[in-house]
Design a binder for this molecule. Structure first.
Ligand code: PAF
Length: 306
């Protein structure tokens, strides 16, 4: 496993792999690796010839009062885990390497970046899309692997790739959970034993919503209320948001389109009124974020509407 700290060295190693016609898979991470990250690495291993992992705690995606300085870091442990998974290339640049003095350019996915976590963490997704665009430019991967746990991030990165024509296939990988259901996260390390128990309320709220939906509850507002009730019963947890949205554009799904077949709608094109097809989404993303003490956790489930 080769470890690079400079953009130039990482780029030439990646280009050498690509010159040899080897499919290159990238797993971007901020380190503090857990089984969730390793599942992305394993997916990359299966689907690519050369696997690259970036480890970079990206300051631009943290707000001024967030946990950038205390975010868990353990470079040697991370490298040990990646070596065992057969990773070929690790990119671990410094902040100065990624953002030299005078950097003023940002990549923003308008609209989507203000939804879900973007509403409560202004500027967060601008930092994510900027660093991911930079990583794509350095590594030039054929495939890039992201976890479904941050479903908004996944939707935003898919849109970034589409809108800016990055020649990379984005692969979303399922959420990995602890045996009791808590979604794996590097931030779980902040929780004390009592908070760790309280944190299970997020998963319980999602399970309740899933169950009600499968029993026939079709009103998104009723589902949201049921989930919020579960959260309110857990005194150590403060809800940030619980929303049911279209997983592609992160817009709330109105009850009128929930589970219905495509309908004919009228739209004006060059002065004439023509029929167009309004397609309701096939899936609904139920996304939750909540504070357990000062630790902000996220989780989600996807409901199949078809
Ligand atoms: O999901 C993460 O760990 C980060 O947001 C990412 C994609 C590595 C960008 O810093």
């Amino acid at each position: 496993m080769k470890i690079f700290k400079s953009i130039e060295e990482m780029r030439s190693a990646c280009r050498a792999a690509k010159r040899a016609d080897q499919r290159l898979g990238l797993v971007p991470t901020m380190g503090a690796l857990h089984e969730g990250h390793l599942s992305l690495v394993r997916a990359a291993r299966e689907q690519s010839k050369v696997v690259a992992v970036s480890i970079f705690v990206n300051p631009t995606q943290f707000g001024p009062n967030e946990d950038f300085s205390k975010y868990p870091r353990g470079f040697d442990r991370d490298c040990g885990l990646l070596e065992k998974e057969g990773v070929d290339l690790v990119f671990a640049p410094s902040v100065e390497e990624m953002y030299p003095d005078g950097t003023v350019t940002w990549v923003t996915v308008e609209g989507l970046s203000d939804k879900l976590c973007g509403r409560s963490r202004p500027g967060h997704f601008r930092g994510v899309t900027t660093v991911v665009a930079k990583l794509f430019n350095v590594v030039e991967p054929d495939l890039a692997f992201f976890g479904q746990k941050d479903a908004a991030q996944l939707a935003i990165i898919r849109r970034l790739v589409r809108d800016l024509n990055f020649p990379v296939k984005v692969v979303g990988c399922p959420i990995v959970r602890e045996p009791d259901g808590l979604a794996m996260s590097s931030r779980n390390a902040y929780l004390d034993p009592q908070q760790r128990r309280s944190a299970l309320a997020l998963h319980r709220a999602l399970l309740e919503i899933e169950e009600l939906f499968h029993r026939g509850e079709g009103n998104p507002q009723m589902l949201i209320c049921a989930g919020k009730r579960i959260i309110s019963q857990e005194s150590g947890v403060r809800l940030d948001y619980l929303e049911i949205v279209d997983p592609d554009n992160l817009e709330p799904i109105p009850q009128t389109t929930w589970g219905q077949p495509p309908k004919l709608a009228l739209s004006a094109v060059e002065g004439a009124v023509q029929p167009s097809v309004a397609r309701p989404p096939h899936n609904a993303l139920v996304a939750i974020a909540a504070f357990v003490g000062t630790t902000r956790l996220i989780d989600n489930v996807v409901l199949n509407l078809t």
